[in-house]
Every structure is written in structure tokens, then in C-alpha cells.
Design a protein around this ligand. Sequence first.
Ligand code: UDP
Ligand code: MG
Length: 341
Amino acid sequence: MYFFGGNIPILTIVVPCYNEESVLNETTIRLTRVIEELIMDHSISKDSQILYVDDGSIDHTWNTIEDLGHSSPFVKGLKLARNVGHQNALIAGLNIARNQADCVVSIDADLQDDVEVIKEFIQHYQNGYDVVYGVRQERKTDTFFKRTTALAFYKLMKVMGVNIVNNHADYRLISHRVLNCLGEFRETNLFLRGIIPLIGFKSTEVYYDRNERFAGESKYPLRKMLALGWEGITSFSVVPIRFVTYAGFVFMFLCLIASIYILGVKTLGHTASGWTSLMLSIWFIGGIQLIGLGIVGEYIGKIYKESKGRPKYIVELDNYSNPNRINQAIDSKKNKILVKI
Ligand code: UDP
Ligand code: MG
């Protein structure tokens, strides 16, 4: 297999950072240790790197990254012009890593994820896996609130028909070809946890216990968590639109039951004049309107899917196309054109 690094793959560890000045020194020490051990084992190339993406921090994160870059051959930095959020910062890092890395590990800066697991990631990569998901085994260190909301989020995503790996955040390894495929998804709102399983290829999971944040505080308050959840659902699923249609049918059914009751009351003569027709109209028109909205929504859902322009399939191996033959065919066509002229 050909690697950027010759016989040995180059690993880039992408780390999005937002106001992380208090952890970066320790993160660098621990990640460097892992990289050095892997280099000694000849598992990764000595050109492997740590890429810190400064997501518009307002503290000294960028200065720290620059200092670390001067003192360590492994540390590189990318500074974004403003804060764009964890997902986008990660995507920025993955995009530039694509030009020189054979595999990429993404990890948070705060050392909550066990860095030793990267060695297992690399082992799986060498055994032919293109995607290795880091899955949190225990969430003991998370607050009760965070644990339950996270669980509810995974459940909700499943109900909405989005295929995501339970208890997996963005700690994972992906191979160069998966990175390339990621580039084919041109949608603006890339929700990586949903897209990576969608790409396919051979994948596996590695379990680990999640630690406390090394220093600093969470940059994911409830507001950002809800925004990520909403983003995940609305950029993957048209199920919420379908709920409108379902609600319409439920209303129509209720209308049927209500009409029996309403007509019954009318027959018994207990109603004021106009009540019967008013009640029936409300239920009926309500149902019709919801169904109508749902139908319009279905078409909008289709437009939305089309507008994403996602690849319809991704080829893993191709034994049919012969690059030489294709080039010959192109050449012969060119010749014919030349003859015609
Ligand atoms: N982060 C980022 N941009 C943001 C918010 C967070 O790059 O706008 C980074 C942050 O520096 C960290 C990772 O995303 O490396 C995860 O954030 P955090 O650890 O605060 O989230 P939590 O673990 O509390 O969910
Ligand atoms: Mg964290």
C-alpha cells in the first residue's frame, strides 16, 4: 500500500480548541508521548503531527499553540478567523490534513478522552479498518444531567432515522479515503457523527472510560448542546415534516369520532344553533390543513435532500475500470478528432 509517508502511514491528530490555554501544554505532552511510542514501533511515520485548530479563541490559545510549535517538531496550528463551533473547527482541520495525512484522529483538547486509545486505533487501521470509533464505556464523570440528556439525544436520533454510534462523540480515526469521501459531501451543515457512518467502509469500535476535563470548563453549555442536537436532526432527517402529515390523519380520525358525538348531541336536541356545523368544520378543516402542510413539507423535504447533492454511492474497490484502457480510449478519440480536422 502507498502512503504519503512511504511505507509507513503519516498520522495527523486534529484537535479543535476554543479557549483552551490551560490544557494545551499537558495535551501536547500526552499526545507527543503516544506519537513517539508509535513512531518507535514503526507504526506511524516520524512526519506525523498534532494539528491544533484555534476556533477563534479569545484567550491566549493561539500564542500557546505558536510557542508549542517552536518547541515541538510535531505541533502545527491553524487559526480560524472567528469562532465557528466545534464541528466546523474540526472540519477545517480535517480538510487541511487531507493533503498530507494517511489517517487522522480527531480528539478534544481537554484530555477527557483517553489518548492511549490512539494506539488501538492505529492497530485497527493497520488491520484494514477505515473508521475506528472511540466509544465511551462509562459516563461516571459526567453529571447526571449530561448523561441523561446525551442518552435522550441518541434515542431521539435513532427515532428520527439517523444512524449514529451510541456514546461516540468525535473521537475517532478515519483513513485517507474516508477523508476524501467526506470532501464529496458539499452540504454546509456537516454533522460528522451522522455522515461518517453514512460513508461506509469497514469500521470498528474501541471502548474507553471518559475522564474529567483536565482543566478549564466545558465549552458546550446546554445552549450549544441543544443547537448540535437540532442541527443533527434537521440536517439528516425529514421525519419531523412527516409528523405533520401524521398529525393531519390523526385529526381526521378524531374528526370522525367527534362527528358521531356532535351529531348524537344534536339529535338529542341539546345544542345551540350553529354549534354542530361549527364544531364539525373546526375538526375537519384542522385535519385537512395539517395534511396539506405535510404534503407541501414532503416536497420541501425532497428539495432539501436534492440541494445537499450527497453522493449516491461510494466505491470501495473497482476491478472493472482499467485506467490504461480509459486513457487509450481518450487518446484514440482525440486522434479521430484530429483526423477529422
Ligand atoms: N470547541 C471548539 N469550539 C467551540 C466549542 C468547543 O473548538 O465553539 C472545542 C473545545 O475546545 C474542545 C472540544 O471542542 O476541544 C469539546 O468541547 P468541550 O470539552 O468543552 O465539550 P464537552 O466535553 O464539555 O461536551
Ligand atoms: Mg470536554
